[in-house]
Design a protein around this ligand. Structure first.
Ligand SMILES: NC(=O)C1=CN([C@@H]2O[C@H](COP(=O)(O)OP(=O)(O)OC[C@H]3O[C@@H](n4cnc5c(N)ncnc54)[C@H](OP(=O)(O)O)[C@@H]3O)[C@@H](O)[C@H]2O)C=CC1
Ligand SMILES: O=C(O)C(=O)[C@@H](O)[C@H](O)C(=O)CO
Length: 286
């Protein structure tokens, strides 16, 4: 896995498309700061941007990509269906709006953001069928889900014809989420780890600090490298240029098996989550 430069590995998805294993996330970047943040990331070398309708900054993501001068074809863009738009016609209109906001005729990956098992009579399968339309007409090169638990994925397997290309879920050293990761591994669904550094909460951890000091790396680099060696896809967020740069420098060192185990051993189970439990989360933005 290690290379001597910062070439980001590509992960092959179950539909044959390829996604850069390291990207840039834009949750909680204010719209007015998003174009500049995206341009900074692209200037550094990132070629994968993770946004969502919920983040309110798709338009500025599109502008940042255009400002960078990098060809649209060279940037992998993910967006996600907002929770208020699960009904089929709402999903269709919302997807049209995403493409218009980004200023592109396709996204590389489009996800159902949350399964909302307590809303819409628990019916995320008809929503998934609409994403299958987007894949069939080529406007979403790949389709996937986010925050799906194994039971939700089982329902898609039983009631639809397409296996999601990815499942984007919370994962970091305090919440290793191995049951969901294992399900993905067993069923050909790539795992994407959101909040990979737990929004900063793992960076003061004593054990991570020791590993970082021994390797001469930052705690964030150690944690992001741990994700990379586990094979998951990550997209840390930062509005701080020096952090955006250092978060990209993950491919000139290795963690030992012992380091990998030490970090995985920090898991706190359910109490380690920074975000909501997908079985309970039913938030619909205004
Ligand atoms: N599908 C889903 O439900 C979810 C998806 N996501 C996706 O995952 C992405 C990443 O997750 P996110 O929640 O943003 O959190 P991250 O785990 O990426 O952490 C971001 C925070 O860590 C800080 N930070 C970043 N790099 C460093 C560093 N090197 N040293 C110290 N601090 C650092 C940032 O500060 P600063 O910006 O001030 O530099 C920011 O406060 C999101 O942007 C989004 O794309 C996230 C949550 C849910
Ligand atoms: O960032 C995301 O993608 C999310 O879904 C989160 O905003 C999530 O909705 C949350 O943080 C709820 O508190």
């Amino acid at each position: 896995m290690t290379s001597n430069d910062n070439t980001v590995p590509l992960v092959e998805l179950n539909d044959g498309n390829k996604i850069p294993q390291l990207g840039f996330g834009v949750f909680q970047i204010e719209p007015e700061n998003t174009s500049a943040a995206v341009k900074t990331a692209l200037d550094i070398g990132y070629r994968h941007i993770d946004t969502a309708q919920m983040y309110g900054n798709e338009k500025q993501v599109g502008a940042g990509i255009r400002d960078s001068g990098i060809d649209r074809a060279d940037v992998f863009i993910t967006s996600k269906l907002n929770n208020g738009f699960h009904r089929p016609d709402d999903a269709r209109h919302a997807f049209d709006d995403t493409l218009a906001a980004l200023g592109t005729d396709h996204v590389d990956l489009f996800l159902i953001h949350w399964p909302l098992p307590t809303r819409y009579d628990g019916d995320f399968v008809s929503t998934w069928n609409v994403l299958e339309e987007f894949a069939a007409d080529g406007r979403a090169r790949s389709i996937g889900v986010s925050n799906f638990q194994p039971a939700h994925l089982d329902r898609l397997a039983q009631e639809s014809g397409t296996v999601p290309a990815v499942n984007q879920v919370e994962i970091h050293p305090y919440f290793v989420n191995d049951e969901v990761r294992r399900y993905g591994w067993d069923h050909g669904i790539a795992t994407e780890a959101w909040s990979p550094i737990a929004q900063g909460k793992v960076l003061d951890d004593h054990e991570i600090g020791i590993i970082a000091e021994t390797l001469g790396k930052s705690p964030a680099q150690v944690v992001l490298r741990w994700h990379i060696q586990r094979g998951d896809i990550v997209f840390p967020k930062s509005v701080t240029a020096a952090r955006v740069q250092s978060n990209f420098e993950l491919f000139d060192f290795d963690l030992s098996d012992a380091d990998m185990e030490t970090i995985a051993g920090l898991d706190k189970g359910e109490s380690g989550r920074t975000g909501p439990n997908p079985d309970e989360f039913d938030y619909i933005p205004d």
